[in-house]
Design a protein around this ligand. Structure first.
Ligand SMILES: [Zn+2]
Length: 104
């Protein structure tokens, strides 16, 4: 399929994104969610999840990205496995975490 943009147009666009002072904000259009804001992503929305994952990778130092990606892949696979076994319960995700503080 022929591209509407020339190679020079694409390079100019990429240069604009990578310019020192430019800022790219990925957003889920359906839920107006963007990474790093106080508003939480919608749990079962693909676009919110994509924004979360890409945001996390962009904010991870390059030398740690492979490790972070493997951790995400492992976690997602565990969730899929748990869902297949019927072990996922929504209320567990919504419950407040218990936090205990102890002195060493
Ligand atoms: Zn969303």
């Amino acid at each position: 399929m022929p591209s509407l943009l020339t190679h020079a147009d694409k390079m100019q666009f990429i240069d604009g994104i990578l310019a020192k002072d430019s800022k790219v904000i990925l957003t889920c259009k359906k839920h107006a969610y963007s990474y790093g804001t106080k508003k939480p992503p919608v749990f079962n929305c693909r676009d919110c999840t994509m924004v979360s994952f890409v945001g996390l990778m962009c904010n991870t130092p390059p030398e740690k990205r492979q490790e972070t990606l493997e951790m995400l892949e492992y976690s997602v696979n565990k969730l899929i496995e748990a869902d297949r076994k019927g072990e996922l319960r929504k209320q567990k995700f919504l419950a407040r975490p218990e936090v205990t503080i102890s002195k060493e």
